[in-house]
Every structure is written in C-alpha cells, then in structure tokens.
Design a protein around this ligand. Structure first.
Ligand SMILES: [Zn+2]
Length: 407
C-alpha cells in the first residue's frame, strides 16, 4: 500500500527512513521480472556493472514533507542500445522523478497556471518543461495520433513576438491537434508528410487551409488523393478588405472635393460595413441605412461582401452556383477592388468549390490556434519551443495521462 501511495507500485520496499533534513526516503528494488532490462527499450539484457551507487527519484510528498525513492542503478548491455542504466519500473528513463509524479505534473500543467503548479509541486518551471517532454514522448510512443487520419486542417500560428511561427495540423474528425513544428514553409510541412508515411499520405482525402501557396504546394506534392479546401473565412476576408478599400477611396474623394460633412459621416462607418449585420448596434444599423440612401456605390460593395458571406453559409452545390453569379456581379460592379477579388477567387476556384461542397472550414483550426496562443503564455520561460509543443500535444492533442489515482 505504501508503494502505491508513493508511486512505486510493483517495486519491493526495503527500508523507510526520515533523514535529518526532514526528507522522507524509501529504499526499493525492482521485482525479479523487472531486473536486468534495458532502460530505453526494456529488453532483457546481460548485466554490465553495478553503476554509480545509489540513485534518487523525487516522488509525491508525504503530507508536507518531500519524499524520495532510492535504489541502486546497475547498468546492462542492451543488444540495441549498448551500455545503459537498467530499467527502473517506477520512472521514465533519464528522469529524476517517478512516473506517477510526472503524470501529476502534466495533469496540472494542462489545467492550471504556472505559479500554482510550480508552487504546489515545488519544482522549477524549467524542470516542468523537461517533464512535459518526457510525458508527451511517452504518450506518443503509446498512441500515434496520425493513425487513421483522413481529413486534416493546416495552419500557422504566431507564438512569440519577432515572427516565430509554428505550423500546426489538426484532425477534423476528432478536433484534436495531431502535429506541430517550428517554422512555416513547405519544408516544415514536408516533415509532417514524411512522418505520415506513404500509406498515411494516400489516405488523406481532404485538407483545409488558407490560400497560402506553400501549403497548397506541399499538399499537392505529398497527398495524391487529397482535395484542398480553401478556408471560407479567408475568402470572405478578401472581400472585407476590398470593401474597406472602396470606403477609403470614396472618403478621400469626398475630402478632396471639400465635402467635409459627408466625408466625416463616412469616416465613422467602417464598423457598420465590416461587422456581420446580426452584430450591429442600433446606431450602426442607422448608419448603414443612410449609406444605402446616399451612397449607392459603397452600398453595392457592402452587398457584395455580404453576398459572399451568404454563399459560404449556404454551402453545397447551391453555394457553387451562387458563387458563379457572384463572380459575374463583381465583374460588372465597376469596383476595382472587387474585380481583383474575383480574379483571386477564380485562381483558387477548385479549392473554394471544394470547401463549399464539403462544408469544411478552417474555423476549428483557428479556434485551436487561439487556445495554443494562450498556452504560449504558460510556456513562456521554457528554454525552447519544444516544451510548448509538448504542452500543446498533451492539452489540445488529448494525450495527457490521467491522474495516477484515477486509473
Ligand atoms: Zn535497449
């Protein structure tokens, strides 16, 4: 029972003592079946030497006293890994903590803040980073999140000032993060596709992404059976930008003409135009009505933006037909910025039609990115992006182990 309480279930307890400095120390040794195994792969291996004497692992506190597990650490000669420290069943290889303590740390890291975690467990924040690395690697070795994936979303997330980016991949069917790596280029994404393997790559049917050309290029090269869906949100954003351009252009014309009253009225109209109509305040709705009355050209631009949004709400083949009509309308609108949007849409038409037909958007990936950005605050102070990715995989990839006493 004491073994279970201290996270060394399955080990043989030799001795329990309290040191002069108040530390609680439990001396153990592995059971016969766990002895003489490689610390890396656990393969039974011949003994090499008795190692460097006693080793110590921090485990769960006993009350308010810090507790340690103590054992000899003989070395073995593994056929694959050469001379290594033998397997200690209560800890991950190379760690100074018990597995149970590390799982608890990871469980807290995905649920609470930095100060609470480091204060409660009495561990340095950098140490937490190393723990997350081991727990995540262990979880990934047990469960490959890339298995059976057919519909993925790819995006980039800016995780720190100074243009530091992560490329992230999400599984549309589970809503989970399945891969992340530093950088944003076809080369970064190629690493993901290599990891996926030939079979995995040909199993990919749908990929959602913004219209970034490097993503399209990498996907086309790697996944022969995948259709690329361009994220509707980004397409609507092109129209929103075009609308803003029309507004600014007209504002400047009015100012040049000296029509200060109308110019001033227009200056405050931005939000009435770019916000979704259902989110408008009463005042903004009034502004929109006056634009409809006084400014046909700007109102036409507004309608074009709204119609495009409607198309993505409608989705399916009806949406594809509506888009045909929209392109014709934009073409004759006499609004240069919208003609440009029409050209961009035509150039990306296959991907946009694919998004319409499958109703797939990158919205879930974007919302995951927002959660990832929140994690970066927690991960600030880690020595590299590694622990941030590990934390993200544990939290957003659903890889976090349960609490030791929940199993
Ligand atoms: Zn080995």
């Amino acid at each position: 029972m004491l073994g279970v309480a201290l996270g060394v279930e399955g080990a043989v307890i030799e001795d329990v003592r309290v040191e002069a400095d108040g530390r609680f120390v439990v001396r153990v040794h592995p059971r016969r079946k766990d002895k003489r195994r490689c610390g890396v792969c656990r393969a039974p291996s011949p003994g090499y030497d008795t190692g460097d004497g006693l080793r110590c692992w921090r485990t769960h506190d006993v009350g308010i006293v810090q507790a340690y597990i103590e054992a000899t650490a003989p070395r073995v000669r593994c056929a694959t890994h050469g001379v290594t420290v033998s397997h200690a069943p209560w800890a991950r290889h190379g760690s100074g903590f018990t597995r149970s303590f590390e799982d608890t740390t990871a469980w807290l890291a995905v649920r609470t803040d930095k100060t609470t975690l480091a204060g409660f467990l009495r561990v340095a924040w950098r140490t937490v980073g190393s723990i997350l690395e081991r727990v995540s690697a262990d979880a990934l070795a047990k469960k490959n999140p890339l298995l059976g994936v057919t519909r993925i979303g790819i995006d980039e997330v800016n995780y720190r000032k100074g243009h530091r980016y992560l490329t992230v991949v999400m599984d549309h069917d589970t809503g989970r993060l399945i891969w992340a790596a530093p950088g944003r280029s076809a080369k970064t994404l190629a690493k993901f596709f290599r990891l996926l393997g030939k079979e995995g790559r040909s199993a990919i049917k749908l990929v959602s992404a913004d219209a970034a050309s490097w993503i399209g290029k990498a996907v086309r090269r790697a996944c022969p059976n995948a259709a690329l869906c361009i994220d509707p949100f980004h397409v609507v954003q092109w129209a929103t930008k075009a609308l803003d351009e029309v507004r600014r252009e007209m504002w400047n014309t009015l100012r040049r003409k000296g029509d200060t009253v109308r110019a001033k009225a227009m200056k405050g109209s931005r939000w009435s135009l770019v916000k979704n109509p259902e989110d408008l305040t009463r005042k903004q709705k009034g502004k929109l009505r006056s634009i409809e009355k006084d400014n046909q050209r700007l109102y036409r631009a507004y309608l074009l933006k709204e119609q495009l949004r409607d198309i993505f709400k409608t989705k399916g083949y009806a949406g594809v037909f509506m888009l045909d009509a929209w392109l014709a309308w934009a073409g004759r609108s006499q609004l240069e910025p919208f003609k440009k949007v029409a050209t961009t849409i035509r150039a990306n038409r296959v991907g946009i039609d694919c998004a319409l037909a499958h109703g797939l958007s990158n919205g879930r990936v974007e919302s995951m990115n927002n959660r990832l950005r929140l994690l970066t605050r927690l991960a600030y102070g880690f020595h590299s992006h590694g622990p941030l990715i590990d934390l993200a995989m544990l939290k957003l990839g659903g890889l976090c182990p349960p609490l030791p006493y929940a199993t």
